[in-house]
Design a protein around this ligand. Structure first.
Ligand SMILES: CC(C)(COP(=O)(O)OP(=O)(O)OC[C@H]1O[C@@H](n2cnc3c(N)ncnc32)[C@H](O)[C@@H]1OP(=O)(O)O)[C@@H](O)C(=O)NCCC(=O)NCCS
Length: 175
């Protein structure tokens, strides 16, 4: 049986994604995380996979952003909000959704590389799917001004560039 994947406008599809976000990241859990106070950007697109039993099984947010790397401007893609409903995990949905997100970013020729942020328990998941640690510094905007973003670890997926170190300024909210 095939998996049905939709890639929709981020704002327009928030109502579809919202129940999954509330289940995977309930407010009382988020508040206790080291990243619980961070203000996040909204995705431009969402990859959505429907559960065979109905409802949303898996979500991956896609972001497009002009950042600077060592002071030079680059257009890049971002991945965030990767989540699979608890009863749908370990069926390959997140892997498939990530693949669809990579393909979508690859289709935008200007995108030089992709960037995501994750916690240590997910490092192996991304590294086994071709993502590389970025060991440099990440800067991002927050309502109070620019911060050094250290709440989660950055990982890079190479398209035309393969940054591993230096300073990346997200030039906006993180994702
Ligand atoms: C992390 C997360 C998104 C993974 O979602 P998922 O849909 O279960 O991911 P997949 O099924 O693609 O892969 C998960 C594991 O199941 C394995 N798997 C995939 N299909 C499988 C199958 N049919 N049978 C058994 N195992 C399978 C994969 O190999 C993978 O293991 P690996 O990382 O050792 O390779 C999910 O656990 C989640 O939502 N966690 C909470 C939120 C979170 O941490 N999000 C990440 C933010 S960066």
């Amino acid at each position: 049986m095939g998996i049905e994947i939709d890639i929709l406008n981020g704002d327009a599809s928030w109502s579809i994604a919202e129940p999954l976000f509330k289940a995977v990241w309930p407010r009382h859990v988020v508040e206790k995380q080291p990243w619980g106070h961070i203000e996040w950007a909204d995705p431009d697109l969402r990859v959505l996979i429907e559960a065979p039993s109905g409802g949303l099984a898996c979500h991956v947010g896609i972001y497009f952003r002009t950042i600077t790397w060592n002071g030079r401007k680059f257009q890049i893609g971002g991945i965030g909000g990767v989540s699979t409903r608890a009863d749908c995990r370990r069926r390959g949905y997140a892997g498939v959704a990530l693949g669809a997100a990579i393909q979508t970013m690859r289709d935008h020729e200007a995108v030089q590389f992709a960037l995501l942020f994750c916690e240590p328990h997910n490092f192996a998941f991304y590294q086994s799917r071709g993502w590389h640690p970025f060991t440099g510094e990440i800067q991002a905007e927050q309502p109070g001004g620019k911060i050094r973003f250290e709440a989660m670890a950055p990982f890079v997926f190479d398209f035309r560039r393969a940054p591993r170190e230096g300073v990346i300024d997200l030039c906006g909210l993180p994702w």
